[in-house]
Design a protein around this ligand. Sequence first.
Ligand SMILES: Cc1cc2nc3c(=O)[nH]c(=O)nc-3n(C[C@H](O)[C@H](O)[C@H](O)COP(=O)(O)OP(=O)(O)OC[C@H]3O[C@@H](n4cnc5c(N)ncnc54)[C@H](O)[C@@H]3O)c2cc1C
Ligand code: FES
Length: 283
Amino acid sequence: MLTEGLVVVHECLGEEEQMLRRLVLKGPIAKTAKAGQFVAVQVQDSSIPSFDPLLRRPISLAEISPDQDEITLLYRVQGRGTKILARARCGERLSVMGPLGKGFSLPEVGELWLVAGGIGIFPLYALAQSALAQGLIVRLFWGGENESFLKSAGLRTWQALGISIYPSTLDGTLGDKGLVTEQVQGRLSQLFGQTKQANHSSTGQISVATCGPKKMMQAVTELCMNFAVPVQVSLEERMGCAVGACLGCVCTLIDEAGTLSHRKVCQDGPVFRGEEVVWNVSC
Ligand SMILES: Cc1cc2nc3c(=O)[nH]c(=O)nc-3n(C[C@H](O)[C@H](O)[C@H](O)COP(=O)(O)OP(=O)(O)OC[C@H]3O[C@@H](n4cnc5c(N)ncnc54)[C@H](O)[C@@H]3O)c2cc1C
Ligand code: FES
């Protein structure tokens, strides 16, 4: 759906140096959106009529509030497009396409473990809210560079959910020092022993959803496969059209019979089953 989003909040998230922003848009997208989906936002400067930059920028739905007709986007200012977006003011209307793609599926019962690397945390908040509303136990494993990043990117908001949080930082300033995957591995081993290919009946109550750097999601997928834990991954490819027309975001999947196929991250994803993703090809 191509629509307009009225900017109702647009503010710096946490410390300025982290370059994170929170953008709340009012519009009809919230009525049908699901956790894991995204929108493609036009980032042209409204004061200078032009088609530059031509391509919209994909941003995940961090929060979906259908009662208020609001979606929240959390983003990092990375380059030209997000720099232009960062200038949008309250009261402005942005051209937004969405909700796009296929989001996360919730397990019916049990525990949902969220594993986030850096700003990969952003699409997981809406998922946590849906999971908690459904009565699931939610645990968050979140790795970032340092304490300042985790606090800026919303640690307190997550803590307010009352879930178990296992933070890690590369410099050890908050939580465990090291990679988030070490925390996940430690917890899985603690619960099920070191044995690879754990009996599925013992791990059947846990499923994992992950978003972050590709290498991290690959490692999380491998760990989950070792413990027979189902895992969903949210891929982030550079996108062109964002609606399945340009083939700019193709990834490779493999099925149980070993047959390879190509899928569009914007339309068939961004969420896939981890075990079906072929990680070592450039998508
Ligand atoms: C489905 C999806 C959901 C996303 N959700 C979010 C989100 O919730 N919050 C957020 O901050 N970002 C998100 N991104 C990434 C965001 O789209 C890019 O950061 C943005 O498009 C960069 O645009 P730019 O013009 O500012 O930067 P550019 O000038 O285009 O690029 C600046 C830098 O960002 C890198 N980059 C650009 N696009 C991507 C991309 N798609 N994935 C990874 N790196 C990229 C480039 O390689 C370059 O190093 C998402 C991407 C996808 C595909
Ligand atoms: S971005 Fe064009 S097909 Fe996915």
